[in-house]
Design a protein. Structure first.
Length: 390
């Protein structure tokens, strides 16, 4: 891609670039090594933040504000003894449905706390957080998941992208956001099914007495190469004191590994837990008719991988057999391809903001359309220079 544009001036560059990513290097769809690949060369949690919903304020640090997995369930994640979970079985997972108010899409996508973190980091270190890397991608974990899951889906993926000073901000394109999906659906049955996951979270976790409504985030740094790093926020369901790690909580009627639909769900769960270090999974199984909690399952990243990536399962030739390792290879290829494609547009004027519309098609074509005037500057502000910190 660099060679394609190297003789062009900035004025000669096309407003839209289209690159096929379909031929990315990947393993056989039936190859399952004992240990799964990792998304990053290096990954670590570099901070946490709490979003206090009522006041709409972000507070950096304060890890103790994360919900904690209750002690008996924490022990269950270690011993796998279901007797630890008996007191929860039979709970009505729609008990508080009528009182529930989900966060708005704007609240979920709010990156203000991340920019506060960047400003503080740069003030503490006296240099830009992006220094030392050609590209520093800033986004939310669920944005990364959507990009990673593209080869295993049947929909185009759309984002806005803004580059400035080495930062590559990725955030949803509101033109294509689904306004009636999941918990926001116009169909009450879908909303009720989605709600069971929130009820389960409240059932199995505990927060500090009297604490106002909040959302807790891990701030994660991952490196793809020496020239590309990512900073993303990941909303965490709870901290598990028994294992000193995070636990993601899911609610489902059961996971049938022979089903392509369920293998895709398992892959998405695996991706979600794999992007953040030291994270495992607690699944609450519910009755599909009465929405009562019937049992629990728990998985480490390795155990979840083995559940749907093993040679005892029938081969699904479509969608790369939902091979977890191929999702890693795809992600690493896509990130590098994205940075290569953007480079000619920004390398001569790195301090000027350049915005793009990003589309990743079902055919795995990466399309970038340059837009002249960023209309979403509020969603991706430039972090303040380190010297501006008081």
């Amino acid at each position: 891609m660099q060679k394609l544009f190297e003789k062009l001036s900035l004025e000669d560059l096309p407003d839209e670039a289209c690159v096929s990513c379909r031929g990315f290097e990947r393993a056989s769809i039936s190859h399952f090594p004992a240990e799964p690949l990792h998304f990053f060369d290096e990954v670590k949690e570099i901070g946490t933040m709490t979003h206090w919903i009522d006041s709409d304020k972000f507070e950096l640090g304060r890890k103790q504000s994360a919900p904690h997995l209750k002690k008996d369930l924490g022990l269950f994640t270690i011993t796998k003894k279901l007797a630890k979970t008996n007191s929860y079985v039979g709970h009505d997972l729609l008990e508080h449905y009528d009182d529930f108010q989900p966060l708005t899409p704007n609240q979920l996508e709010d990156m203000s706390g991340v920019f506060e973190f960047l400003n503080k980091w740069e003030g503490d270190h006296g240099k830009p957080y992006s220094s030392g890397s050609d590209f520093t991608i800033v986004c939310s974990r669920h944005n990364l998941i959507d990009l990673i899951m593209a080869p295993f889906s049947d929909e185009d993926v759309h984002f806005n992208v803004k580059y400035i000073n080495g930062y590559l901000h990725i955030f949803p394109d509101k033109q294509f956001q689904k306004k009636d999906d999941g918990i926001y659906s116009s169909e009450s049955n879908i909303r009720r099914i989605c709600y069971t996951g929130f009820e389960l979270e409240d059932l199995v976790t505990e927060t500090q007495p009297g604490a106002p409504k909040s959302a807790f985030y891990s701030l994660v740094q991952g490196k793809i190469s020496k020239n590309i790093k990512l900073l993303f926020k990941a909303e965490m369901d709870c901290f598990n004191p028994a294992k000193r790690s995070y636990t993601e909580i899911k609610c489902t009627t059961g996971l049938k590994v022979k089903s392509a639909f369920h293998r895709r769900k398992l892959l998405r769960m695996w991706v979600q837990t794999s992007l953040v270090p030291s994270t495992d999974l607690l699944i609450g199984l519910r009755d599909p008719y009465y929405h009562q909690l019937s049992s629990f399952e728990c998985y480490t990243r390795q155990e979840l991988y083995q559940k749907f990536n093993n040679r005892n399962l029938s081969l699904l030739k479509k969608k790369y057999n939902y091979n977890a390792n191929i999702s890693v290879q795809w992600f690493r290829h896509l990130v590098k391809r994205l940075c290569q494609t953007i480079t000619p547009y920004v390398e001569k004027t790195p301090t000027e903001a350049v915005s793009f519309k990003l589309t990743l098609t079902k055919q795995l074509e990466l399309r970038l359309r340059k837009i002249e005037t960023p209309s979403t500057a509020k969603e991706s502000p430039k972090p303040k220079p380190a010297h501006a910190q008081s």
